[in-house]
Ligand binder design. Sequence first.
Ligand SMILES: NC(=O)c1ccc[n+]([C@@H]2O[C@H](COP(=O)([O-])OP(=O)(O)OC[C@H]3O[C@@H](n4cnc5c(N)ncnc54)[C@H](O)[C@@H]3O)[C@@H](O)[C@H]2O)c1
Length: 337
Amino acid sequence: MHEEYLNIERISLKHEISYPQTGLVIADEKVAKLYPDLFFTDASLPTLYLRAGERQKSWNQCLKVYDFLAEHQASREDIIHVFGGGTVCDLAAFAISTFKRGCRLYLYPSTLLAMVDAAIGGKTGINYLGFKNYIGSFYPAERIFIYPPFLQSLATAELRQGYAEMLKCSMLNEDLLLPELDRIFPPRDQLILDYARYKMGICAQDPYDNNQRQLLNFGHTFGHALESFSNYKIKHGDAIVLGMYIACEYSFVEELSSAEEWEQYRDWISQYPIPKAALSFLSDTALSDMLPQMLQDKKWDNQLRLVVPVHGEIKIIEVEIQADQADKQRKNNAHPA
Ligand SMILES: NC(=O)c1ccc[n+]([C@@H]2O[C@H](COP(=O)([O-])OP(=O)(O)OC[C@H]3O[C@@H](n4cnc5c(N)ncnc54)[C@H](O)[C@@H]3O)[C@@H](O)[C@H]2O)c1
């Protein structure tokens, strides 16, 4: 990977955006339709339109991208411009990172979540065998162009998903200000940039996610499990907020947080309107049923690595799970239903 791309200088805030002049384009088909002046007026570059969504982060879609790149004889020197939210960015970036061992990648995130999170830091991936991001690579984009006017067409529920990741970061770093959800939209350009840069700064210090970067997984062990276990009916940001809630509750139950701290975390998290359907899914699901999803990373062995508050500071801890339980779950991992 190009570690030098993990640099805030690679993020540009754009007030105007124009169609690329060279290379190939991959775009979320919905975004292309919503911005015809951008995509259909001067568009002369080969373009692949993709559907967005968690179920599209799949091997079949990945093959579509390979076919497109092969058909247009993309070389490693060619720039592939990707316009879309987190699912299109993750999928396309994964395919681009592996096609001829990597073409040049420019990302134009079109959702709030992709602007402050998914397009930043170089994690790419597709879902496989029922597990989130089971196949992926580290491949930071050479350039990331953030064009906030894209957010004008974004549905409120999708804006909320980005807010979820911002809420997470504001709990990790109190210097990051976060207005209440109903006062944030449209988000100020500077706010978007602050969050994007915050994530980039952490990724630059730990490009391969071995140490401090794992703090960004706050809420993700439970959240990813919820997402895949619900067959992606629960959206990413909603699942992460529920995951943060479970992590804080765990911390309280294990006496890693005081009653006052637990109350404070609940106050923060309750700013976020979790949809009723997601809440009732959670209350109908035993956490132990989601262990296969939580244990999907083989290197964790019998340890579950959790990001939880520990006496007022969010930290990474390792939790032993019983060997026979882990073995059983790993067998399930190998042959998920
Ligand atoms: N790689 C990473 O580091 C990272 C970090 C966080 C999240 N993610 C991933 O990001 C994904 C979620 O991304 P997302 O929330 O952007 O979802 P998404 O890509 O599915 O987009 C949500 C919806 O918004 C539509 N859309 C996109 N841009 C639009 C626009 N400007 N106007 C109107 N509609 C628009 C899409 O077509 C889709 O229907 C998850 O798969 C998650 O795992 C990755």
